[in-house]
Every structure is written in C-alpha cells, then in structure tokens.
Design a protein around this ligand. Structure first.
Ligand code: EPU
Length: 420
C-alpha cells in the first residue's frame, strides 16, 4: 500500500493542467455498450476507477484499446450481463452499467452496491426509473436481476430525500435512448457530467434534450452507432487545485478548466478571500495571507458540490473565525474531520454541520485517508502544515486524481510516494 510523505510549507506556483472528468467518463464508458461499432473517447483520465470500469466492461464483452488518454471501446460479445459483487463493491459507479445492459441486452444482473465511507448509498431511484420504463426487477442473492423486452418511454420522477441522483439520471437517460417512444425525466440531476453524457449519446444518434436541467426529454431511437467524444475537464480536480493554491498562499494557473461549471465553488472561494480570475483558456488562482471564514451548504448542482466539501474544510481550517459547513447531499460525509483534528484543526461536528474554528497553523502528522475526497483534504492540509504529513491508504486518492503528486511537485510541493 502506498503512502504520501508531504513536507509542508511550500508555496505552489506554476501551471497545472486538469484531466478529463472521472465522473463524466464512467457513465459514458458504460453507455458505449448501447452502440453498434466502436466509440472513441478522448481525455480519459488514467485512474484506478477508470481502469476498474474498463475491467468490468471487459467482463461484459467490450474490448478496450488505449492510446495515451484516448480509449476506444468496442462491443465484441453481447451475451454477458453480470456485474459481479467483487467489482461493484470496489467501485460503486459500476451501477452505471445497469441501464445500458437492460436497454441493449434486455437483461442485467448487477450486484447491489452496499454503503461506503461517505454513508448509505441507496439506488431506489435507479430501480424506480427503470421499472417505469417497463423493467421487471428482483433481488436475488444480493444481485439486482432486471429483465425487459424493449423498454417503453415513460414519465419518470427522480426526486429523492437528498435531491436527485446523478448516476440514477445517467442510468435512466442512457436506457431511454433505445426505448420505444418518449421518456420525460422530471427532477433530473443537472450536473455538467450529465450534459456531457447527453452530448455523447446524441453524437451516437440519440435524441436527448434538456440535459443539464431538471426536465430531460429522450425520444427513443432504434439504433445507436459508435462515435468520437472528448470528455469535459474534471471540475472537482480543478477545485482541489484551486484550494491547493489558496491553502499554500500560492499563485497557480489552472489550465483547461470550465469555470462555468464551477460558479458556486468560485463564489465560495472568493468569499474566503481567494482571487480567482479567468485567464488564458483557464483560471489564475492566488490568495492573500488572510483567509475569511465562510458558510457553505453542499447541494446538488449548481450548488456547492459535496465532492469539494472536505477540501474547502481543509482550507477554512486556516481562516480567521468560525466557518459553518453543512452537508446536504451525503449527511455523514465527515470522515476527514477526525483526521484533520490530528493536524491541529478545530472542528466541532453537530449532525450534518461542521463548525470550523480557524487556527493559525496546522501541524504535520500521520493520517489515514478514508475516501477519495477526504484524502484530497488531508493532502491539502499537509501542503500547508508545518513539518511532515504522512497520508496512508493513498489508493483512495488514485481512484480519482490523475498523477496528483506529480502535478503538485511540478508546482513546487515536496511530496514523495512511498510503497510499503
Ligand atoms: N440517493 C437516493 N436514492 C438513490 C440514489 C441516491 O436517495 O437511488 C441519495 C444518495 O444517498 C445521496 C444523494 O441521493 O444522498 C445523491 O446521490 P447520487 O445518486 O447523486 O450519487 P451518485 O450518483 O452515486 C455521484 C458521484 C459522486 C458524487 C455524487 C453527488 C459518480 C461516479 N459519483 O454519485 O462522486 O458525490 O454523485 O454529486 O459520478 C466522488 O467522485 O468522490 C463521488 C463520490
């Protein structure tokens, strides 16, 4: 298992290039099985989760051919339909194969994903949506077993207690492309990753309108054909590097970022006192020494993303005054709190809210990564802390950040990866 050893205190300077979005790429890869003929995807990040999805698709009869960050997926065998628990357990986004399998092959057996370090992760909305399209669904030995003839267009409401579901919307949108008739999704998730999925589906010949809004209309077609598609930049990676620039009082140019996907993030960073400006196909980010406390509530897009809650928390550990961070998407997503406390952070958690009292300095310590974004927060804290921070269980980070330590080292950070 690898660890990262960080000697904190370096100001980050220079340019970092943002990779393609993991969360856009995963459902797009799954949707490749809807097509006749190969799909070529550009700017696919080299991440553990992407490799895991390629592995799962391999078991489902799709061949992966890589050339740098271009991935071509070709359907070679349409008989398999089983996503095994071993794979789903490791990567929850495996659930994205459910809709495409059902729509194209008429059957799917997908292990029910359990909870994970960020809390309970139900999939009732996915199942309810597919049932509305005509699927019969049963649970057998921990697997979802779904069957259908040709799916039928329907009205599908995807609102849940915590808003809509991103991958639920992806599953229904993908499945409905091959359904007979028109599907209307109300209360669809609006994340940019879903607009990217719709762009990919439309390039294959689908007829999806309204993606990126809560009202999505899909007119079913008979066939889809493989196409080329370039994945959008990863807004969560971009936000993490913005926090890295800010927490080290640095000056970083973020190349290949879509600021229009990051309005809430930029708004909160500016409230903290971070200077974010559009510059040269990207953004320049710098910060003054004094950071201000803020109030933030995570929400579905276009609100502040839950996937940047931990990183913002690391940043405001060093702000003046009390910040209030409320988690409204995954109310238990606070595993980083206790680890940040090991570095001197003062955080009081009350239900889904954390009150962070800014301190003057963080101190390096051995800490344990618990999930992807919590790990990123610990790295950020380590960059700012005095002394050495050792982040254990770095495999969480490798699931979602492409070459993170190389990118940080190129900006002047002192980080080494140690394999144990
Ligand atoms: N929910 C339900 N029922 C469902 C599905 C979800 O109640 O059927 C609830 C969840 O428990 C949660 C909320 O709805 O409270 C949102 O969950 P959602 O389904 O949108 O999450 P997801 O689609 O499984 C994606 C990202 C996550 C990101 C969330 C929220 C991918 C591969 N994953 O997950 O990303 O946190 O949306 O934006 O796209 C990450 O990258 O670190 C990550 C966890």
């Amino acid at each position: 298992m690898d660890t990262l050893v960080i000697n904190g205190g370096q100001r980050l300077r220079g340019t970092v290039r943002i990779s393609g979005s993991k969360n856009a790429c995963l459902p797009i890869m799954a949707a490749a099985m809807l097509a006749e003929g190969p799909s070529t995807l550009h700017r696919v990040p080299a991440l553990a989760d992407i490799k895991a999805m390629a592995g799962l698709l391999g078991e489902l009869g799709l061949r992966s051919d890589w050339q740098d960050d271009t991935l071509t997926l070709t359907v070679e065998d349409e008989t398999p339909s089983h996503a095994r628990y071993d794979l789903v357990r490791k990567m929850r986004a495996s659930i994205s194969v459910l809709g495409p399998l059902l729509a194209k092959r008429g059957r799917a057996r997908v292990a029910m994903p359990g909870g994970c370090a960020i809390g309970a992760r139900p999939i009732d909305l996915h199942l309810r949506g597919l049932e509305a399209l005509g699927a019969q669904i049963e649970l057998e030995s921990g697997d979802i077993v779904a069957t259908a003839g040709r799916l039928r267009g329907a009205e599908v409401y995807l609102g849940g207690p915590f808003g809509s579901s991103v991958l639920g919307t992806a599953n229904i949108m993908s499945a409905a492309t091959l359904a007979e008739g028109t599907t209307v999704i109300e209360c669809a998730a609006c994340e940019p990753e879903l607009t990217d999925l719709a762009d990919y589906l439309n390039a294959m010949g689908a007829r999806v309108t309204g993606a990126g809004t809560p009202h999505v209309v899909i007119e079913g077609v008979e066939h889809l054909t493989g196409c080329e598609h370039t994945v959008i930049p990863d807004r969560i990676e971009a936000g993490t590097f913005m926090c890295a620039a800010a927490i080290t009082n640095g000056e970083v140019h973020i190349d290949r970022v879509r600021l229009d996907h990051m309005m809430a993030v930029v708004d909160r960073l500016r409230a903290v006192g971070v200077i974010v400006e559009k510059a040269d196909g990207g953004a320049s980010v710098s910060s003054s020494r004094r950071l201000h406390a803020v109030e933030t509530t995570t929400q579905p897009y276009p609100g502040f993303p839950t996937d940047l809650q931990a990183q913002l928390m690391a940043l405001v550990c060093l702000a003046d005054g009390n910040s209030v961070i409320t988690e409204k998407v995954f109310p238990d997503r606070f595993m980083h709190v206790a680890e940040l406390a090991r570095m001197g952070a003062q955080i009081h958690k009350e239900g889904p809210t954390a009150i962070v009292t800014g301190c003057r300095r963080l101190v390096g310590a051995p800490v344990m990564a618990s999930d992807l974004r919590a790990s990123a927060a610990l790295v950020l804290a380590g960059l700012a802390a005095g002394g050495q921070t050792i982040v254990n269980r770095v495999y969480h980070l490798d699931r979602g950040y492409e070459r993170i330590e190389e990118k940080l080292v190129a900006l002047g950070a002192e980080i080494t990866r140690v394999s144990t």
